[in-house]
Design a protein around this ligand. Structure first.
Ligand code: PLP
Length: 405
């Protein structure tokens, strides 16, 4: 191994959003229709007339020889307007100084880690299962990750354990053997992959987190859940919200995310990011999406209706346990007593191996669906299924029923 590379990176693997999608499969066996229900995007492309508008902008206004607007001035103004409007904040308290824009919210997560934890300054806390990117990006920066559990029925985080972890981490006087204190708590509202929004008890706990710890509330699914903590932001100078254009705004291809936080935090994130982190065309796409937000967001009601229809139908499969969703995806677990009879040898298996067995059963299920053209995720001990178009959901359902009964 090249000795100039950090040895702690050797055991990390490059991120593959769709594990097992390698180019190994025989092309001839590939299904002709692929339903991409594994990354929680909107099933709808931008409408044609908006694409044409953007194409016109590219042809007549955008200068490819010029660097992008490195201040994101126009975009931040439009985002601030949208944030206030969507939250019904008539006083317009969120100004562009509260906004920072990233190349996807992934970039913002990395900037947050650099700003808070680098050089042994801090560790992060997450409640598993949750969005994997916090821990992955932390590891690439050598930032320790502390994890706590969630309730097996509600997926609410164990706030007592979280508080204990924070207290414990503070008692460590940092040495090269002990982890530095927890500096950031990451939560998702609603969580991925489990689709539950923060409860009042979780919010109460987050309000009590001392102000030497940053609380990051990831609202990637805000437009679907319509729940936000933005109204409380002014009271909590240690809170930061991240959001994205990758989901309800249908712009995953353009990689635009933003954060909302007290101007002091935002100004620091601005120092850390690369100077031209967001290409001109992506900025134009996000601006266009915001200008036409009513049109784009009008698709949400239909997606939520489809979600409820899909959830209801999946509930009719006895082998599956379906959890309530506040987002555009559904989380399902296997009911243990309903595993395939021949995948278990009675009397010879301990609970642990039953767990393992049910996980390998889910892996097989996901592989079978993939071979038929339905891509879903096996993650967090269950299945995360993005809500697609009515046709896509119908195929998901048929294939799941065929496999499980
Ligand atoms: C999809 C998703 C994002 C979006 O990330 P981008 O980098 O903006 O595409 C952020 N957080 C969570 C929890 C997500 O599921």
């Amino acid at each position: 191994m090249s000795s100039f590379l950090r040895s702690d990176l050797a055991q990390l693997m490059a991120y593959t959003p769709q594990p097992g999608h390698g180019g190994d499969a025989d092309q001839a066996d590939q299904p002709t229709i692929i339903d991409h229900l594994d990354t929680n995007e909107s099933p709808f492309d931008l409408p044609d007339d908006l694409k044409q508008k953007l194409a016109w902008h590219y042809q007549h206004e955008l200068k490819t020889n010029r660097y992008p607007d490195g201040s994101h001035g126009k975009l931040k103004e439009a985002i601030a307007l949208y944030v206030n409007e969507a939250a019904g904040l008539a006083a317009q308290p969120i100004t562009p100084e509260w906004i920072s824009v990233g190349n996807g919210s992934d970039e913002l997560i990395r900037s947050i880690l650099i700003a808070t934890c680098l050089n042994g300054h801090g560790s992060i806390l997450v409640a598993k299962p949750t969005f994997s990117m916090y821990a992955i990006l932390a590891q690439t920066l050598g930032v320790p990750v502390v994890t706590v559990d969630r309730h097996p029925d509600t997926f609410a985080m164990d706030c007592g354990a979280a508080q204990a972890a924070i207290d414990h981490s503070k008692m460590n006087t940092p040495t090269h053997t002990s982890a530095p204190p927890i500096r950031v708590v990451f939560v998702v509202h609603p969580n991925s992959p489990t689709a539950n929004a923060l409860t009042e008890a979780e919010l109460q706990w987050l309000r009590s987190v001392p102000d030497d710890i940053l609380v990051v509330i990831d609202e990637a699914y805000y437009e679907f859940s319509q729940t936000s903590v933005v109204n409380e932001l002014a009271q909590h100078p240690n809170w930061l919200i991240t959001r994205t254009f990758s989901k309800a705004f249908r712009l995953a291809a353009h990689r635009v995310g933003y954060s909302i936080a007290h101007p002091t935090i935002s100004a620091t994130l601005e120092k850390i990011r690369l100077p031209y982190n967001l290409p001109s065309f992506s900025q134009a796409a996000a601006l266009t999406a915001l200008q036409h937000r009513q049109l784009l967001l009008a698709s949400i009601d239909g997606i939520l209706e489809e979600r409820d229809r899909l959830s209801q139908s999946l509930k009719n499969i006895p082998a599956l346990r379906i959890f309530p969703s506040q987002a555009n995806f559904v989380f399902a677990c296997l009911r243990l007593q309903h595993q395939q009879p021949n995948s278990i040898q009675p009397n010879s298996i301990q609970p642990n191996s039953v767990q393992l067995d049910s996980q390998s059963y889910l892996t097989d299920l996901v592989n079978s669906l993939r071979q038929q053209g339905t891509l879903i995720r096996h993650t967090g001990g269950g299945l995360r299924i993005t809500v697609g178009t009515a046709d896509e959901n119908q195929r998901t359902l048929q294939r799941a029923i065929a496999y499980l009964s």
